[in-house]
Design a protein around this ligand. Structure first.
Ligand SMILES: [Zn+2]
Length: 225
């Protein structure tokens, strides 16, 4: 089986990449610059794609599209909220129709290359806030790709019913280097430590009692912003 991983450079998609590389004969990766504040994720994506030994890694520049997807703290001049993902304030981090857009682009590339599947790093911790990370989305997407193409493209979401802690456990078993992933929504180095994405990541490392290799503001390893 061959697959194309939608690779942001964050923990989830990076772990999905390495997981896919162990279970599939061929793995490609696709990253998209849609104007997210944390574009440095793309540097992490490049490093990880090489580390995972992908056949092709493409970084697609869709910043013009991202500029039309206004209203999100990730792409627009809106403050990044702090706290937990479950908080209502996190809706500010929803990018309009993001995963449907990214998955359909990936599916087109997969069809063009004759690949069997696309791989998404969505997980259960995203379900509360992001409709396009829920099981219903994955099911509907696969149905769409089946009717939209002569050769159906499968949708794999290996962490759909797994949380961040589970992802971390899988990734550590696979030897993923999490110092080469980028999670923070703000996108400055060191990571803010307070946005929903940072909070979730730090809690996951705390839960498995492993030190997060990333530098955070105020953790004594870096100067504040
Ligand atoms: Zn952050």
């Amino acid at each position: 089986v061959s697959a194309l991983v939608v690779l942001s450079g964050g923990m989830d998609s990076v772990t999905a990449l390495h997981y896919a590389a162990t279970v599939h004969g061929r793995v490609d990766a696709l990253s998209v610059h849609y104007g997210q504040r944390h574009a440095r994720e793309l540097d992490a994506a490049r490093w990880q794609a090489k580390d995972a030994g992908v056949t092709w890694h493409d970084v697609l520049d869709l910043r013009d599209l991202g500029a039309l997807l206004t209203g999100s703290a990730l792409t627009d001049d809106v403050d990044v909220p702090t706290g937990h993902y479950a908080d209502e304030s996190m809706r500010a981090t929803v990018v309009p129709n993001r995963n449907a857009i990214l998955a359909n682009i990936a599916a087109g590339v997969a069809v063009a290359r004759g690949l069997d599947a696309i791989v998404l790093g969505v997980h259960s911790g995203d379900h509360a806030i992001y409709p396009d990370c829920r099981p219903a989305f994955v099911t509907a997407l696969e149905e769409l790709l089946t009717v939209a193409n002569y050769d159906a493209v499968r949708v794999e979401a290996p962490f759909l019913h797994t949380d961040k802690v589970g992802i971390l456990r899988v990734g550590r078993a696979l030897g993923v280097d999490y110092s080469r992933t980028w999670t923070c929504y703000v996108g400055r180095d060191p990571a803010c430590g307070a946005c929903g994405s940072c909070v979730e990541r730090r809690e996951a490392f705390d839960t498995i009692m492993v030190r997060d290799p990333l530098r955070y503001v105020g953790d004594g390893t870096a100067v504040p912003l």
